[in-house]
Design a protein around this ligand. Structure first.
Ligand code: ZN
Ligand code: ZN
Length: 359
C-alpha cells in the first residue's frame, strides 16, 4: 500500500516527482544491495583466507594435518575428545574459529572487506545510472523515457544485485523531459544509502551474513564423512557420496574406534590395517564372529570399506596414546593392559618426532 501511494505521488506531482522517483528507486535497490554486499564479501573472505592462511591454502588432506598439529600443540584432551567423537564437526568448528579470528581480530578485516565491496558496488550502480541515461538521451518520446531508462538500469545491475524490473512498473509512467535532472537526482538519492550501509557495516559481525563465510570455506574442503568401522578415521575421498569403497591411508589403533577385547576392559591397541592381515577374529554382532581377513562379509558398514593391509602406524598416534593414556582409559572406559598393553616402542616416540612425521 505504501508503494502504491508512492507511485501515485510520483505520477502526480510533476517536477518534484523526479526526486521522489529517485528516492523510491533507491529504497528498492537497498535490500538487494545489502544482500549482495554480504554475499560477495563472504566469498572474498573465503578467497583471502585460502591465499593468506596456510592451513587453508592446500588440500583437505593438508588441512587435516594442520588440525592434528594444532591438537598436539594445544595438548588438551578436551579438544581430542571432540575430534575423536566427531571429526567432521571438529573440522567445521576449526574453520569457523579461524574465520572469526581472521575477520574480527584487531585488524577488523570484516569492516574493511564490507566497505571495499560497498565501494565497488556503489560505483557499479553509479555507472548503471550513467549508462542508462546515455541510452535514453536524445529521445523525444517523453512518455517512454523512464520505462526505457529502467529497462537499461535493471539490465546493467542484473549480474550484481536483485532488482526485478517487475517491481518498478508502478513508477515507469512518469513523464520526463530533462534526463540530466534525473541523473543528478539519482546521485543525490544514492549517497544516503551508502552512508547508511557504511554505518551498519561499522558494527557488523559474522551473524549479519545470510550465508556465513565459514560455510563457504567449509564447502571448499568437501569430502566423504564416513569413518572406518574399526578405528574411526575419516575416509579421505574428497567427493561426498562417492562411488566405490571408502578408503584411507593412515588407520589408527582400534581403541580410538572404541574397540575392546570381548567381555573385558582390555583396549584393542592393534591398528585395523594390520588386523585385516592377521588370523584374529572380531565380533560383528551378538552371535556372529568373523575373521578380520573376511571383514567385508560382515555387511555394512564393514563391506563398504577397502582396508589395505599395512602394519605401519603413524608416530603421531603412538605418542598420543602414551601421552593421554589415563584420559583415554577414562573416556573409552577400559584399560591399556594385558593384551592391550601399550607396546614399549611407542613410549620412545617424542611429540616432536610425531609432528615431524606429519607432512
Ligand atoms: Zn581403520
Ligand atoms: Zn568415503
Amino acid at each position: 500500500i505504501e508503494d502504491f501511494f508512492k507511485c501515485f505521488q510520483i505520477s502526480c506531482q510533476g517536477a518534484t516527482s523526479i526526486t521522489t522517483f529517485a528516492d523510491f528507486l533507491c529504497s528498492k535497490i537497498d535490500p538487494g544491495l545489502r544482500l549482495a554486499i554480504y554475499d560477495k564479501t563472504a566469498l572474498v573472505i573465503a578467497e583471502r583466507m585460502r591465499s593468506e592462511v596456510p592451513d587453508f591454502s592446500g588440500s583437505r588432506a593438508n588441512l587435516e594435518v594442520c588440525i592434528l598439529k594444532y591438537l598436539a600443540q594445544e595438548e588438551k584432551f578436551e579438544n581430542y575428545k571432540l575430534y575423536l567423537s566427531s571429526p567432521v564437526d571438529f573440522l567445521e568448528s576449526y574453520i569457523q574459529t579461524h574465520v572469526e579470528t581472521y575477520c574480527l581480530d584487531q585488524n577488523r578485516r570484516l569492516v574493511m572487506f564490507l566497505n571495499t565491496t560497498l565501494t565497488q558496488y556503489y560505483e557499479t550502480i553509479q555507472k548503471a545510472v550513467f549508462a542508462s541515461t546515455a541510452v535514453v538521451k536524445g529521445r523525444r518520446d517523453s512518455n517512454k523515457i523512464i520505462s526505457l531508462w529502467l529497462d537499461e538500469f535493471c539490465r546493467e545491475l542484473g549480474g550484481v544485485l536483485r532488482l526485478p524490473r517487475g517491481d518498478l512498473v508502478g513508477i515507469e509512467h512518469l513523464e520526463i523531459t530533462d534526463i540530466e535532472f534525473l541523473n543528478d537526482a539519482m546521485m543525490k538519492a544514492l549517497s544516503p544509502l551508502r552512508n547508511r550501509l557504511k554505518e551498519e557495516f561499522a558494527h557488523a559481525d559474522l551473524s549479519s551474513f545470510e550465508k556465513q563465510p565459514h560455510r563457504i570455506l567449509v564447502e571448499q574442503f568437501p569430502g566423504c564423512k564416513e569413518q572406518c568401522p574399526f578405528c574411526g578415521s575419516v575416509c579421505t575421498n574428497t567427493i561426498p557420496n562417492h562411488d566405490g569403497d571408502h578408503q584411507l591411508v593412515f588407520h589408527r589403533p582400534q581403541v580410538l574406534g572404541k574397540w575392546r577385547v570381548y567381555k573385558t576392559d582390555i583396549f584393542v591397541t592393534d591398528i585395523c590395517s594390520s588386523s585385516v592381515a592377521s588370523d584374529k577374529l572380531f565380533r560383528v554382532s551378538k552371535y556372529r564372529w568373523l575373521p578380520y581377513k573376511k571383514y567385508r562379509d560382515a555387511g555394512p558398514p564393514f563391506s563398504t570399506w577397502n582396508i589395505l593391509p599395512d602394519s605401519s602406524m603413524q608416530k603421531y598416534w603412538k605418542w598420543f596414546v602414551c601421552h593421554f593414556r589415563e584420559q583415554l582409559e577414562e573416556f573409552f572406559k577400559g584399560k591399556f593392559h594385558d593384551r592391550g598393553e601399550i607396546p614399549a616402542s611407542w613410549h620412545k616416540v617424542t611429540k616432536q618426532e610425531a609432528l615431524d612425521e606429519l607432512r
